[in-house]
Every structure is written in structure tokens, then in C-alpha cells.
Write a protein of this length. Sequence first.
Length: 657
Amino acid sequence: MVAVISRPPTSSIPDAPGSYQFLDGHGRVLYVGKAKSLRHRVNSYFQDPSALPVRTAQMVAAAEQVEWVVVSTEVEALILEHSLIQTHKPRFNIRLKDDKSYPWLAVTVNEQWPRPAVVRGKKRKGVRYFGPYGHVGAIRDTLDLLLRSFPVRTCSDNKFARHERLGRPCLLYDIERCSGPCVGAVEPEQYQGYVESLMRFLSGETAPVMAALEEEMRQAASNLEFERAARLRDRLGAVRKAAESQQMVADAPEDFDVLGIAEDELEAAVQVFYVRRGRVVGRSGFVADKVEDLTHPQFVGRILEELYGAPGAEVPRRILVPELPDEEETFSAWLETLRHGPVHLAVPRRGAKRSLQQMVTANAKEDFTRHRLRRSSDHNARSRALTELQAALDLPEAPLRIECYDMSHLQGTDYVGSMVVFEDGLAKKSDYRRFKVKTVVGNDDYAAMEEVLTRRLSALVAEQAEAEERRRRLAEETAPDRDPTGLGSPDAPEDTEAPRARRRFAYPPQLLLIDGGKGQLGVGIRVVEELGLAGQIQLAALAKQFEEVYRPGMEDPIRIARGTEALYLLQRVRDEAHRFAISFHRQQRGARMTTSALDGVPGLGPTRRARLLKELGGVRALRAASEEDILALTWLPDDVGRRLYTHLHGVGPTVTV
């Protein structure tokens, strides 16, 4: 990759804070960044492209010019960077996108008779937003309870104007869910009090609202206004029930937001819980395409920019993050200018807030899993993935069956390999295989991969030969010279000799993927050629950067376009192979450690060993058992039990007198 952008003279780049933009040949902004020193940051892009991260090198190669704007402080540089990103939406900058359109409860405070409504989409001026909520039902249930206490209108402007002309209220007035502003049944001051109490409650200030209602109820009762006191009692009960629906997560009435992140090499899912007065009053989720090469602290900073730089965003006093962003002081100062007050960024280390952030992170992981599965469950998306993969890798046909191989070991011990199979873009777990590496000593990934591929493909060759032999015999048995009629036998014998479980190995893959780079691909090519399968099986290797796929006969790797279904399919296949290999490796290592702990005890064979572990619950429980506990096992001879206790604890034999 060779950059086409010309490097500006170092002396022309100011050594001052500011924002810089890389532009392509058409003047479109590709990337926007900020820097404490523009000279140092901009110069860092003009080096050997092989030394740059992959996506950064791609951006520099696509750019033809770089521009910058000087500002006075780092905070101003951050503000300018965010503004330019929102304006130009550069393709190489991370942007959060809603994983789903969360509903909000909006109150139109800019109208004469404000009303609450469930809304989605962009925020508007003159509207107060509460939430977002997980689903519409949660809002409607809460609002239904609150309207009994704060009877504000929920009708549209057209319906309000129609009843105003008729001089007759709607049904909601008759069932006491509206105070009837359309017919002048409520004074503007009283109605405004309802609206303010509703918004205070939705903001988390439940205790003052309930205290005011309780005081009003007691006052009505002391004035012998028992009917009014009864209505206030019912309103108070409805408010208490609505307050109970809000999850309490803090002992003190605090306001803060909690961020949780789940990510991989390509994407990240972000969850935000909004806590007001100690209660969770809303949550939202986003997915980010990681088109920038950012460290985790830098990524946290980018999330803060996107979340709180948006119009109408509410900045709380405290924000809990999984890791503090780079340039923490700059971000804190920027957030304080937005809030017009102090803002504290913190990483919870213990206690309730730590538990809350773990819960938010768990929600992010669940959303991330659903986001990825949503693609795999879409038939059209799977079809596009296979078609795109065929075109990108120049395959003769769409890879309807993909086999992927990965190795796992711990410093050369417990070497295992995995084979996972995807058919029509979906995992086919019945065809998965695990391999114990038998011939490799020490840490040698190439030799281990060669053994695994040789064993699998040798089985394929053997079963293909068996199938060919069966077809040959079948043809001979049904040949015309053996049939006096010359018509062939209508009851020809079926091909039923090979068991179904073994014959699964006889299906060759349209694409054989190897986790690794050129070296692993070379191993695959050698094995395929030695077994005479060249031309029958297409090979590819996935490099660690994952955007790079190596193919036989190609010097440079293929980079699958970001955001395509083909890349997501490769990611799912690679991750599944890695998961399958790791799980088998842990199983083998655990079995070896367990076996070695009980080896060398005379009289303790495999059957007794398995029964011991089952009854006592594992090696750890066996070590914790006393000698009397072991001798109490009626099926275990006493002399074997004493030898076992001595073996586990390294003590001398117990002498019974």
C-alpha cells in the first residue's frame, strides 16, 4: 500500500492544539481527529505504511490532502472535532448507531397545554425527554398509573382542537384520566402543577412528589373533605405503584450514568443505564463499527463524545465507565461546559456500583450476541454472504460447505485441533470434529496443523475411494450382460455399506479455512497436493488482523470490505473454530491434571478412580477429605484408601493399633 498524499513540511504544521481532517481527491472528509500538538500528530501518519495499523494505512492511502484548524485549548479541539464529525460523518471515524429505536416519553413543555407522548427518533427543541425505555409497554403502564395522579392530556393537537370546538370533553375526562383543559375544566396554574409533578416523578424525584400528595391528603382529611382525601389516597397509591416499577440501584438519591461495552475486532456494543435519584429511569443501546484503530481508553472517549455531544443530551454529575479515557482532564472539562457544573468520570472498583456496571456490561454482551445472530438468522443475508465471499476470494462456486481449522495448546502441551463446519452459512455442529495431536513435540503450530489436516483429508480420500469401489461393484452387479432382459434390475442393491456417521467425512468442503497467515496456508497447500486433492478443494487462511485473507498463488492478502455480509460470515466461522478448540483444550488439560493427581496409587484403577471423583466431587474435594472419610467408603479397600490419602497429602501411613 503506497500513500498518495504528499507530506506537508513540518515547519508548516503548527505546534498547537487543534483539529485535523484528511480529505480524498473529491474533497470529501475521510477522517477527523484532534491533537494537543498538530505537528506531532499529523507527522505520525507519514511513515512506512506497513508500520501503521491496517485501517489507518487504508485511510492514509485513500487521502490526497490534509487540513487543520488551530484552537486555543484542548477542550476547544475536542468540541471542534465532534462538530466536524457530526457535520461530515467521515467513513473512517467511529459513529454510534442505535441497535434499535428505543422509545422515549416526551413532554411538550413548549405548548400552552403540555402533553406526554411516546416518541422515537431524533429529539426536538421545546420537548423534555425521559428514558429511553426498554419497550413501549413499560412507558404505557407507567403513564397509565401516573395519569390517575397527574391528569394531563394525552390527546393529539387535532383531537384537542375538535373537542375545544364542540365544548364537550372526551372519555378520558369522564374516567378521571384527564383534567379537561379543552373545555376549561382546569386552571392553567393547576394544570402546570400537574405537568411539573409528572416531570419531577419521571426525573426520579419520587419521594418529594409522594410527600406532597400525602400532605395534601392529610390536609383534606383534617378539613373534613373526605371525598377529596379518598381521591388523593388513590392517586398516592398509583404513584407508589409506578415508583416500584423503577429499579432501585443506589442507596443514596444519586444521579449518574453507567456505561458497559462488549466488543470484538470489528464492532462494539454499548449499553447505557440512566440512574436518577438512585433509580434506573432509562436505558439505551448502540452498535459501533470500529473503523478507527483505537485503544480501549480512546474508544471510551469516542463513546463519550457521541453520547453527550448529541443535541439535547443530559449530562449527569457522575459517569461510570469501564476504563478512563485518554486525556481524562480534557473530557471532564468538556463535559463540565455542557453541564454547566462539575462532572466526575470514574471506574467503579467495588460495591453496588461495581455490580451495577457488571450488569450493564452483561446487557451489552447480550445485545452484541443478538446483533450478530440477527445476521446469521437472515436467509437473505446468508445468501449475500456466500455470494460476496465467492466473488471476493475468486472461488469457482459459492462455498456452501465451509470447514475451518484452529489449533490450541499451552506452551506446547495438550495440543488439540478443531474442525467446525458451516453449511449454507449456518453452523452444522453434528459435523464438528476434535483432534488430539499425537506426533508433535513442543510448540510447532505448522506441524500440528499438518497432522490435523492430513488426518481429516486422508479420511476424505479413503471414504471417496470406498464410495468409488461401491459404485464400481454396483455397476457390475447391474450390468446388462448379467441381466437376460437387458433392462437392468428394478431392485438394484442400495449403497448402504458405510455408516452414516463416518460418511459425513466424505463430503469435501467448497472452502477450507485455516486460522493463520501465509505459513499455515503453505501447510494446507502441501497436504492437499500430497493427497492428490489439488483442484478439488479451495484453500484460504485468515490472518490475525482478520481483514486479511490469504489465497494460494496470491502474493498480497485479500481485504474483505468492511460492513459486508461476507466479512461477518468469516468472523463467525473463525470465532466458532477458536471457541471449539479452546473448550477441547481446557477439557484435555483438566483431564490430564486430574489423572496425574491420582496416578501411582497401587490398587486405584480407572473404575475406582472415576467412582471416587463422582462420589466426592472432584480432586479438590478429594484432597479436602479426611482419611476417615476415605476409609468410610465401603467399596474401597482400606489399604487402597490409606495409600491414596498418603499420595495426596504426602504424609506417612497411618498405623492402626
